[in-house]
Design a protein around this ligand. Sequence first.
Ligand code: GAR
Length: 213
Amino acid sequence: MLKKTRVAVLVSGGGTNLQALIDSRDRGELPNVEFALVVSSAADAYALTRAENAGIPSLVIERKGKKRETFTRLLCRALQDAEIDLVVFAGFMVILSPEFFETFENRAINVHPALIPSFCGEGYYGLHVHEEALAYGVKLTGATVHFATAVTDGGPIILQKSVEIEEGDTPETLQRRVMETCEWIILPQAVRLFSEGRLSVEGRIVRILEESK
Ligand code: GAR
């Protein structure tokens, strides 16, 4: 039996991706995972209520009114104090300074609501990503889970899942479909793979190792 992976989930808003992780845990799909901490960058994030309902300790580190470096230092300290093995960015709308990615190299993952390298990078977050995808006229979009590095949305890709754009889609309908059919599926899968020690990173390439019997 592997030691449980202590996971922290970083949030800023509604927290539906956090909920997908909790639901996956509650279905018994994440036996090697312990959700040890939720950190929110905003005190009014509904994700905090989800954490409380699921019995996960939470912490608010307000982004407002702090320098990027100060915020990053406080966050790193909180994660280290909680002995976190894996950090999951789940709708976390904060750009961190490089120090974070040195401390958590290959131990931090992000979910992004597009097929990277499309519609990603600084300025591409939340609903805006779907507005841009519709305006560009792509026929397929989706979600990506990747290791987080100092390059926003630029780290090695772990999993991707696509979905078709439908006639009459609005940014809101597309966002919902990408969440339901892509993000909420591949994020728990990636956390599971990490917790089973099945992700091997060689440069930009992530290999998924066979399940050990
Ligand atoms: C999700 O679609 C997530 O992929 C996206 O924000 C939404 C948060 O929803 N994240 C980004 O755009 C980061 N670049 P949630 O709070 O309900 O999980």
